[in-house]
Design a protein around this ligand. Sequence first.
Ligand code: FES
Length: 577
Amino acid sequence: MGTAAGNGGGRLRSADWFGEPGRMGAIYRSWVRGYTPEVFDGHPVIGIANSWSELTPCNAHLRRVADAVKQGVWQAGGFPLEFPTTSLGETLMRPTAMLFRNLMSMDVEETLRANPLDGVVLLSGCDKTTPAMLMGAASVDLPTIMVTGGPMLSGKFQGRDLGSGTDIWRFSEEVRAGRMSAEDFRASESCMARSDGHCMTMGTASTMACMAEALGMQLPGAAAIPASDSRRQVVAMAAGQRIVAMVAEDLRPSRILTKAAFENAVRVNAAIGGSTNAAIHLIAIAGRVGVPLALDDFDTLARVVPTLVNLMPSGRYLMEDFAYAGGLPAVMAELGELLHRDALTVSGRTVGDNVADAPCWNREVITTLAEPLQPPGSGLAVLRGNLCPDGAVIKQSAASPHLLKHRGRALVFDRLEDYNLAREAEELLVEETTVLVLRNAGPKGYPGMPEAGNLPLPRKLLERGVTDMVRVSDARMSGTGYGTVVLHVAPEAAVGGPLALVQTGDWVQLDVPARTLRMEVDDQELSRRRQQWQPPAAPPARGYARLYVDHVLQADQGADLDFLVGASGHQPPRHNH
Ligand code: FES
């Protein structure tokens, strides 16, 4: 009992439980009730890790997706067991879902390791659920395949398409500027989220779904299929079939998540106009498998890559259009030799084989290298300077070209709440050339590094028709956000990074072509200010927030907890019987 043609022809891991001949084997089998005896006899046990939750609306349909995965697992001769994981709903969780990404990764990691699983299918959707699951699974290194839940259908309102997030930011600014009625704004709500699925702009959820596919952890073409398209069920069933074969092939994340895979993902992120959050998440995932991925890689690798995908917030279309145009395989095919085509994927084939014949059906949505949406090097730029010695990022494709070289006086806010009050005031001393600075919103500062970096513009400037300003912070930005927004300043202000020393009235210079962000304050003055600097609020007294603040790494290192970096394999620490 329990020897199977799995795990490279060797003994299945689950046989340590279900193949145990004595009393414990009887207990293990008896309590997993409702199955005929042969399912315990050498069939690979496939966990279906489900981040379904009604508190995570983007993942609320994943029970249906899990059913399709189960069918595929049964078809292929496996034994599926579905289980819930922590779930992270971007819109509802406070202070920010990012605070809990590492907690969810711990849940996934420990659940996989502790249970009789031979392989796992990860079901994710909303922003943080995808990286959290990949991080946890990478640290266990069982055969793993991801199925993301798919984007919502395109929003439709008053005869035009609406993009999740992107149009909320736009409309709320229009209301504040008096150009849109509150009634119309309210009416747009249900027109924006009108089906199952995650945000359908190229926000963080769509970006991370594409990253899972670009890394080789999701089947080719799976990222873009809308949640309510029947092909979502088909791809889920195919993943269920495939994971059983992956157990037999002993195809683990450590064979897929190589340096080449991460380099592919970084370049694909540039081509799709992906979220700035991808930098933090990919570095964190790479940390789990020991791949050296540096923040600067996102700049150097992406410089030769043009933006090919014409999706909001960098362009005008939505994920539904992207799926119909051919999805990520069409992009990866177009990138050609810019990718490592020999990188292995969950399909059992290489990237090159996966996308060799991938067609593009709409060149408005997915452009060619020869005629790209934006030229090479318009993706993420990594900045350095005396404001951000360990780096900061800006998404050039979503910024205003005229602000990419800019010099202005800083207007500094220590707390997000202070800015939110000040921005409405007529007497606020602000010009369109002002550089808005928000600090104490980094990993330790807030804590959790909220998506607050794309500060809404001051009301009086909005009323004057100003649509963009340079903004600098140690916070993150929603992947659906846009503007000339410098993010992830490291080290953050709360640990005494130089961002803590800039003062209102200081001149700040942003030069994206030169990759610099500087304050015009001399070293002597900076050291004087440093002596007077006091750390902001005391850390949380207890609980997970305390653990997080004590151990979270800076943004340039992926904001993982320091003791989670690396992998521990799939052996439980100690047999408990
Ligand atoms: Fe869940 Fe945007 S809120 S993906």
